[in-house]
Design a protein around this ligand. Structure first.
Ligand SMILES: Nc1ncnc2c1ncn2[C@@H]1O[C@H](COP(=O)(O)OP(=O)(O)OP(=O)(O)O)[C@@H](O)[C@H]1O
Length: 279
C-alpha cells in the first residue's frame, strides 16, 4: 500500500521557487531519507505532506494512506483527522520545557482523547503506563519525571520520538531530527528511528543534511536540489562522486569528511511488554 503520494507539487514563497513539480511515492514500511543542501526544499516538502503548508493552486495532490490531505492547493476537510496518523519530529524537539518528560510524552494522546481531558492533563493509568513504556522504548525511562528543559539535546529528541509513538501514527516524518546533535546522539536517534521503522512497521521519512546517515540507516534516498528531485533510488548508489556531480560546491555540506561508507543493521531496541502495536 502507498503511504505517501505526492503529485506535481510546486510551491513558491514570493519569487523563491521552494518546490518545483515534485512527484514521489513512499510505500508503507519504507524508511526514506530526504537529503539536500540548505534551502533545497526538504522542510517545505515535509510540511506539505503533513498539511502544515498548502500548495499553490494547480494540479498538485498529496495523499496519505490513500486519502487526499490536500488537492489542487486546498486542504482536505478531513486533514485534521488525517494528521493524527502522521507523527512529526522537528529539529527543535518542540517539548514544553517546564513540564516533565512524561507529561510531554502524554501530549501525544491529544489527538485521540476529549479536549477537556487533555487540557486538564487528566490521563488514565493505562495512558501513563504506555507513556512510560514509550520512554523505555527510546532508551530513556529514567528521565520520566525530569523537567524536559533539563535533558540533553539527544534525550529531548528521543522524548519527542516517544511522544509520536504514543500518537500511534503509521507515518513518522522527521525534519532534520539530528541536525543539532553531536555525532553519538545523532547515531542513537537514527538507530531509534530505524528500529521503530523495522519493529513497529512505521513508515519513516527523515530529512538529513549529511548523506552518510542516509546511507547507513535508510534503504532509499530522495535528493532535492533547488526544489527538484535530482535522485531517487537506493542509498547505496548515492556515491560521493555522484553528490559532487549533483550539487557541485554545495556537496561539501552533504558529505562528512573522512566518513566511512558503510551500511549497518540498526541495533535491536528493548521492547518492553505491553508496548502498543503501532503499525
Ligand atoms: N515561510 C517561508 N517564507 C519564505 N521563504 C521560505 C519559507 N519557507 C521556506 N522558504 C524558502 O524556501 C526554500 C526552501 O526552504 P526549506 O526550509 O524547505 O529548505 P531545507 O532544504 O529544509 O533547508 P534547511 O536544510 O536549511 O532547513 C528556501 O529558500 C527558504 O528560504
Amino acid at each position: 500500500m502507498t503511504a505517501i503520494s505526492v503529485r506535481n507539487l510546486s510551491k513558491s514563497f514570493g519569487k523563491k521557487r521552494a518546490l518545483d513539480d515534485v512527484s514521489l511515492e513512499v510505500q508503507c514500511g519504507e524508511m526514506v531519507a530526504l537529503i539536500g543542501a540548505s534551502g533545497s526544499g526538504k522542510s517545505t516538502l515535509i510540511r506539505h505532506i503533513c498539511g502544515l503548508e498548502i500548495a499553490q493552486a494547480g494540479q498538485s495532490r498529496i495523499e496519505v494512506l490513500g486519502g487526499a490531505i490536500q488537492d489542487g492547493g486546498r486542504l482536505a476537510a478531513k486533514a485534521r483527522d488525517m494528521r493524527r496518523n502522521i507523527g512529526v519530529v522537528f529539529q527543535q524537539f518542540n517539548l514544553v520545557g517546564r513540564m516533565s518528560v512524561l507529561s510531554n510524552v502524554l501530549l501525544g494522546n491529544l489527538g485521540r482523547i476529549p479536549m477537556w481531558r487533555g487540557t486538564l492533563g487528566l490521563f488514565t493509568a493505562e495512558e501513563k503506563k504506555a507513556a512510560r513504556e514509550a520512554l523505555a522504548r527510546v532508551g530513556i525511562p529514567e528521565v520520566a519525571w525530569q523537567r524536559a528543559s533539563t535533558l540533553s539535546g539527544g534525550q529531548q529528541q528521543r522524548a519527542a520520538i516517544a511522544r509520536t509513538l504514543i500518537q500511534r501514527s503509521n507515518i513518522l516524518l522527521a525534519d532534520e531530527p539530528i541536525a543539532s546533535l553531536d555525532p553519538s546522539s545523532a547515531r542513537r536517534v537514527m538507530e531509534i528511528l530505524a528500529a521503530v521503522n523495522r519493529d513497529e512497521k512505521i513508515t519513516c521519512v527523515v530529512s538529513l543534511h549529511q548523506v552518510e546517515y542516509a546511507r547507513r540507516y535508510c534503504a532509499r534516498t530522495i535528493a532535492l536540489r533547488d526544489g527538484r528531485i535530482v535522485f531517487d533510488g537506493p542509498s547505496s548508489e548515492l556515491t560521493n562522486q555522484m553528490l559532487i556531480e549533483l550539487y557541485g560546491d554545495n556537496s561539501e555540506e552533504l558529505i562528512l569528511p573522512d566518513a566511512p561508507v558503510q551500511t549497518a543493521k540498526p541495533k535491536r531496541m528493548p521492547k518492553p511488554g505491553n508496548v502498543p502495536a503501532f503499525a
